[in-house]
Design a protein around this ligand. Structure first.
Ligand code: GDP
Length: 205
């Protein structure tokens, strides 16, 4: 069975000292608040309410860890880019996420959710900078793709890939919708291949 379908909540951490021990390859999920990250994790895990923590602005920001079977892990990073986030909240976010991304040796891949209607916002680009030195595999999911026409989706896919290439930020990019399930199986199988440290499947488009 897919490791994602065996996802189980493990721990919440508000500071790096609280991160669970590194036992196996980990995939982290990031994206600005409201981009559809929790829905995407739930869709990949085939569950309704697996990821639903830390959603309120101002609430303690935590990284939520899940076991994926008995080997791999998933880390749900707090959403970024609240327009009105107070400075200390943002500083806390940077320390938590910076500590995670720079110090987590088991980190195998990072999934960045971006709204398919407006990908690569300033906050998205800022976040991607964190990943530059980390040497992890990257997957960009263009979320809520059901809000675009077929042609609009393809156009966004192409332009996002081009923009990432131009920024020398290699990443796989897929259209994704928790509502229609577009991209769910494709993302799941690519991530599982990465977690198993196998060669990823050939890109289909
Ligand atoms: P998060 O803050 O990034 O975890 O975002 P959520 O998963 O909570 O989703 C934020 C809002 O977007 C909710 O109202 C969801 O119902 C909606 N949403 C999430 N995924 C999709 C999607 O694939 N399609 C559409 N149309 N709406 C979505």
């Amino acid at each position: 069975m897919s490791a994602f379908l065996q996802a189980r909540f493990l721990a919440s951490a508000a500071k790096p000292e609280d991160f669970p021990p590194e036992t196996g390859p980990e995939v982290a999920f990031a994206g600005r608040s409201n981009v559809g990250k929790s829905s995407a994790i739930n869709a990949l895990a085939g569950r309704k309410r697996l990821a639903f923590f830390s959603k309120t602005p101002g609430r303690t920001q935590t990284i939520n860890f899940f076991d994926l079977g008995d080997r791999a892990r998933l880390a749900d990073l707090p959403g970024y880019g609240y327009a009105a986030a107070p400075r200390d909240l943002r500083a806390g976010w940077d320390a938590l996420i910076g500590g995670y991304l720079t110090g987590r040796r088991s980190l195998a891949a990072v999934v960045v959710l971006m709204d398919a209607r407006r990908p690569l916002t300033a906050n998205d680009r800022h976040f991607l900078q964190w990943l530059r030195p980390a040497g992890v595999r990257r997957l960009v999911l263009l979320s809520k793709s059901d809000k675009l026409s077929r042609a609009g989706g393809v156009k966004t896919l192409v332009s996002t890939r081009a923009a990432l290439d131009q920024a020398a930020m290699s990443a796989d990019v897929m259209l994704f919708s928790s509502k229609t399930a577009e991209g769910v199986e494709e993302a799941r199988s690519l991530l599982e291949a990465w977690l198993q440290n196998k060669k990823p499947p050939e890109k289909g488009n």
